[in-house]
Design a protein around this ligand. Sequence first.
Ligand code: ZN
Length: 710
Amino acid sequence: MTPIEILKQYFGYDEFREGQEEILDTLIHGKDVLGIMPTGAGKSLCYQIPAMLLPGVTLVVSPLISLMRDQVQALTANGVPAAFINSSLTSSQWQRVMANARSGQYKIIYIAPERLLTPSMEELAQILQISLIAVDESHCISQLGQDFRPNYLDIPKYVDSLSVRPALGAFTATATPRVRDDILETLNLQNPLTLVTGFDRPNLYFEVKQPKDKYLALTKYLRENDSNGIVYCSTRKEVENVTEKLIADGYSAVRYHAGLSDGERSNSQDDFLYDRVKIVVATNAFGMGIDKSDVRFVIHYNMPQNVESYYQEAGRAGRDGLHADCLLFYARKDINTALFLINKSENPDEIIRNRQLLNQMERYCETDGCLRRYILNYFGEATEEDCSNCGNCNGNFEETDVTMDAKKVLSHITRLNRAGKHLMFTHTADILLGKSSDFTTLSTFGIMKGVPRGYIRRLISRLTALGYIHDDGYLSITPKANAILFGDEIVMIRGIKPKANEKAERTRKQAAKPRYALSEQLLTELKALRLNIAREEKVPAFIIFSDATLVDMCQKHPYTTEELMSVSGVGQVKLEHYGERFLQLLCQKERETAQKEKPPELTAELFEQQIEIVDDYLQISRVADNINAVLFRYGKPKTSGAKLNKMLVEAGFLEITDGVKLPTDKGKTIGITIVRRNSGRGEYMQCLFGSDAQRTCAQFVIKFLINKLV
Ligand SMILES: [Zn+2]
């Protein structure tokens, strides 16, 4: 029979796919092969067809028990005599398989690597001719990759022990050039045909999102796309949470992770395979060896630990060649989770390696460039062209100049590093925000007070992606940072408006700190509302909200859904169920209180106590923001950057030359300075205001207010 006849008769296909024929032809002629083929490209046929044409038996080394079982079932069903040898066999099953093998009944035997160097396999090698050894998932042999399996090192030993060396075929779906070279060397492939079939999957659409609320983003997608797909989470707990919420919200979903019983796992898998449910929420335990071609989306609810895993998992979408979505929901928190998992290892080299891989994954999430190009370049496929079919190619991002903030962050980390401190993100940000109990004397302590933490996160991620900061869990500065700190390099960040966010943060912060002393009256009314709801739903009251939650609600007194979310014990589900009614009550109380209480009068003294003067250079609008924060509290009309500028000009601190505001000598003495900025439209000069200048502005406002008041 010819390969094409076997293909038709045993496997039911009319023609070979890219690369298959070349590989199997090489193996049939007894030569080695390294086949790098993406998931779904049909690599198993590349060794199954030679196995049927070659004399004796073909061994297929695989690390995946489930895949072995599935493939042997499929082969047997197609009339190809095959078996597997791994730890899932009972002792009597194993004896039967070995007896059949010895009598030459199998053409293909799948074997786990740890079974190779056993006496029974040695014996088998003496009886049978082993014509071909196919090494599946061959990247597992590389200690440079993240899937290293020490038992894979037994493969070259086993090959050496054979009296006649069989042809070796190494196969992998994902291998970077470094890992590729390592496979060639460690397996000792002899003058092999190395064949890389294209990694690009043009029908897949890639996008990275940073949703504030991942669950809302997920359900939004599911509502807009009524199709079947996989939601990958990084932990079992997250799988449980997401599945529970989806089911409660009426979606057709099942869970899948290694902590479930075998029965439930195979039920979940079958329900998904047979379209009895639309969504499977799973850890990375799901998908190995599952061949469902019409998966329309793969959503990563958390960032995976490396690009290899990501592309492999995302690649389970759209294997039928039709359009499919691969979305990644990214949050800085995912990095901490990944680091936690990575740091569990007891092998320091492994930790370093995995952190490097994680950095590259993070860069994928942070890149502004074409996502497909990033992936292809990662796998060593050089491409310069943007794909026009990914979130970044299609996205329309607004870019903001964040150079000033970048300087603050970089000089902060420089100071810490100089003091011999390399801190994790959270601690670093706490100090910048002035929320830390240590490093209070550091000159950068609190210089980003009032800035949203999420913004600092994005900024640090961006600076890391651009190579100004090195982040292996602990932050350190790179030499490149000097270009920002001391040069005139500009940092732009996409899709972020720090100003707008600051306002949101301010409202949120006001909501977060006790706005009111605990009002017994309000608490009583909240409890009454809770009891009403509990009676309606026939559940105990604490199921609705705990007492602690009601107390916190009293103190924070939220009146938007966002603020309500900041109350401890209020999650998305409860917000949706009860938020409306509690907010209604809270807003009504707020109105009543506002009518009774008027804010105290603002005096110059109060103003001076409360104005925030920062030890850094601010734009005039930021100075105005700080002043307005106090004015707002006392119900006074706001000022603006333009008004402050006008006052500074009138008092001789600024002068306008050719329409450009510049500090006078008098202005320079109070710390007004100018910087050269570059916007998309060209260079311009901008005044920045140091602490003395900020104080001067505040004085103007006081004078103005007091004059008005007196
Ligand atoms: Zn693109």
